[in-house]
Design a protein around this ligand. Structure first.
Ligand code: BGC
Length: 349
């Protein structure tokens, strides 16, 4: 097991960006930047090769203003807030309208372009990297300071453990996710349409044509959204079903059958041909499955061009727009309390 680092480039403000690579005892390797806590690659040893199972870009400049959010941590509130506004404790807060009339991934000052303080540790479980940052009061339009620590540990059981800890000094909505784009056959292998998806969810949150939740929670039974029996992602993706037509594929929040008390199985993805499987565990209530519907030949690392459906994101989260829906689990972090959640990607190969 090891932790190495090297210079990756410079931000447009001239700050030095460092890439940190964690390697576990089985030869799995994951690399992160202190810019956006971006996971730039995740290598799975298979035979005499290493398969890079996440999409990424080539340079810091390519990651700057990256609307795909490849590999980054998204906060303070991931996914959409309808009308780019919410009211909390009687005060209306206005956010950036960066997605039509709505706010996506917290607007024009996204976390994927922020610099973090980094510490690395060799833990008994495996190598680990901690990113920390203090988000100032009213950053992105959200109330209160938020002291944020994000830790990724690459365990010797082939898990990438993503932990978030945040404490604010005012009540504020918080929903922080990891926006890695997975393709278990390799980021450069084409689409994920034949990879087999399982979702531990009986329902999803219905959205309108702009992907804003209507508030309705819909049973997946008998719909193309039912992945309780594993099936290839592509099997029903083109079904004549309004939520799929609106989003151009899967880009929805599933309401997980998890208790929230423990980190429990939420999903899995398997590339049967290559023999690589990933299981996703979390204690968060929601999971956005996004099948790269907006990718369209996007330029990636190593000269790769990512086609539509090149990858699948597993964004564990509070439901989108929860702050405007009383029937959704509450995303409000009370002043002085801890936001503490864990998501695990476990690889079997
Ligand atoms: C959203 C998509 C969006 C993508 C990249 C996902 O989390 O659900 O609608 O296109 O992020 O911004």
């Amino acid at each position: 097991m090891s932790i190495t680092s090297k210079e990756f480039g410079k931000t447009n403000n001239g700050e030095k960006v460092t890439a940190y690579t964690l390697t576990n005892k089985n030869g799995m390797e994951v690399t992160f930047l202190d810019f956006g806590a971006i996971m730039t690659s995740l290598l799975i040893p298979k035979g005499d090769k290493k398969i890079d199972v996440v999409c990424g870009r080539e340079t810091v400049q390519d990651y700057t203003g990256d609307g795909t959010y490849f590999g980054s941590v998204v906060g303070r509130y991931c996914n959409r807030i309808g009308g780019a506004a919410f009211t909390l404790n009687g005060v209306e807060y206005k956010l950036d309208k960066n997605d039509g009339e709505n706010c996506l991934h917290s607007g024009f000052s996204p976390y994927n372009n922020m610099m973090y303080e980094v510490e690395t540790n060799e833990t008994p479980d495996g190598p680990s990297i901690e990113f920390s940052r203090l988000s100032p009061d009213m950053e992105q339009g959200f109330p209160g300071k938020l002291d944020l620590t994000i830790t990724f540990t690459l365990t010797n059981d082939n898990e990438v453990v993503f932990e978030t800890l945040a404490v604010g000094d005012k009540d504020t909505p918080v929903s922080i996710t990891d926006h890695a784009y997975f393709n278990l056959a390799g980021h450069d292998s084409g689409t994920i349409l034949d990879q087999v998806l399982y979702l531990n969810a009986d329902a999803f949150t219905l959205t309108d044509a702009a992907s804003i939740p209507t508030g309705e929670i819909v049973d997946v039974t008998g719909t193309p959204m039912d992945f309780r029996t594993p099936k290839p992602i592509g099997q029903d993706i083109k079904a004549d079903y309004q939520p799929l037509l609106d989003a151009g594929g899967y880009d929805h929040n599933w309401c997980l059958n998890v208790s929230g008390k423990d980190v429990e199985l939420a999903a899995s993805l398997e590339d049967k041909k290559g023999g690589v499987k990933m299981e996703v565990y979390t204690d968060l209530p929601g999971l956005q499955i996004y099948t790269g519907n907006f990718l369209d030949g996007d330029a990636g690392k190593g000269g790769v061009k990512y086609p539509r459906n090149a990858a699948c994101c597993f964004e564990t989260q509070f439901y989108p727009d929860s702050v405007n829906h009383d029937n959704f689990p509450s995303c409000i972090l009370k002043a002085g309390e801890k936001y503490e959640y864990t998501t695990i990607y476990k690889f079997i190969f």
